[in-house]
Design a binder for this molecule. Sequence first.
Ligand code: ADP
Ligand code: ASP
Ligand code: MG
Length: 425
Amino acid sequence: MSTSLPPTIVMKFGGTSVADAARIKRAARRIVAQREAGKRVVAVLSARGKTTDELIKMAEEVSPTPDPREMDMLLSTGERISCALCAMAINDLQHRAISLTGSQAGIVTDTSHTKARIIDVRAERIRQALNDDQIVLVAGFQGVSTSRDVTTLGRGGSDTTAVALAAAIGAEVCEIYTDVAGVFSADPRLVPDARKLPLVSFEEMLEMAASGAKVLQLRSVEYARTHGVRIHCRSSFEDRPGTVVIGEDETMEHPLITAVTHSTEEARITLLGVPDRPGAAAAIFNALAEANCNVDTIIQNEPLGEGRDAEVSFTIASEDLRAAEAALAPVAAELRIARIDTDPEIGKVSIVGAGMRSHPGVAAKVFDVLAEQQINIEMISTSPIKISCVIRADMVEDAVRALHQAFELGAAGIERERPIGQEAR
Ligand code: ADP
Ligand code: ASP
Ligand code: MG
């Protein structure tokens, strides 16, 4: 006869939430409180404060193009420090805790250093420790590759560690503790009256994460959707509920617009004089894919008249700019591309909302609002539930505030629109 195990939860604490000794102790108390409430707890920790940024800077001080394998050895140390310290703090609260590296925790990844993908989670050691009544602390953002090297999962990757572990051990929820109270209608640091969203659908959260709302790493949302993990994103500094990410079928409401998102960490590459023939675009974008550069908005200007050269322009994450330039050099030579221009000062503002699918006129309103602010739109891309505009990086803040206000996404706007008695979402 099998006795059912107590529920297991995964609690992930971000960098700000473990930035100093007092915060590590606070996280330890929160973890212990869940244990004392009868839960089995796996906690995933990020590197403290700005540690990862500092490690990257240290690498760049010794090498302009650090070797990716060694970079991962270096970056993985940040999260290990947090876990070891938190285990010490938990032990002092009279509970038994064990810290594990990503590799010890059984996180197996592919071999793409600094951007690895989780391909398997072998969680036996975690299960053993939980059965042995221990609290398990896992270093986020890292794993071990199929060729047995340490890998990291890309910026913000501890979210994905947490979700992957939650899936592997069948946790009832994956709690993401962070420095804001949940997922908001815009970055609350930029828009003070942004509204906390009690619920957000996977579909919308994916678009939000992909367009810059870094509160959840894009891959963590993808992983949670595929594996049916419940994510609860909440504050590590207060106890109120935050935002639960739910399946589309669980939500009845589809507000027209849910959020405005933004990014200022983008760059644009323009290829001038691209031969106008089949295969040119394929050669360019295959080279970028092989270099693991994620391309975002793409525009190709068709030349007027046959045999004329085309212009291809696209945006990528700033952190990929150097790798993209290196990947493009041989293709440019082969295709005899006349010139490659790069612009690192690019930003993007997007609006996301499942309701826009069935509402014409949303794009026109976005363009009107930006025009009123004298903001020039350089590129546009859309999905059924998202409209993104590429603009100058220094115009992004104004654009976000203006769009948030125009679509009445703030707490006040929602109160006015909603009939009394209808639950806010
Ligand atoms: P952590 O270190 O906990 O992983 P991150 O810095 O990765 O935290 O993500 C949290 C940050 O995401 C917040 O401080 C906030 O500035 C930013 N953010 C951007 N867009 C949003 C949004 N729509 N809702 C909530 N936070 C957002
Ligand atoms: N420490 C890593 C970063 O700063 C991973 C994370 O925090 O999730 O990106
Ligand atoms: Mg994060």
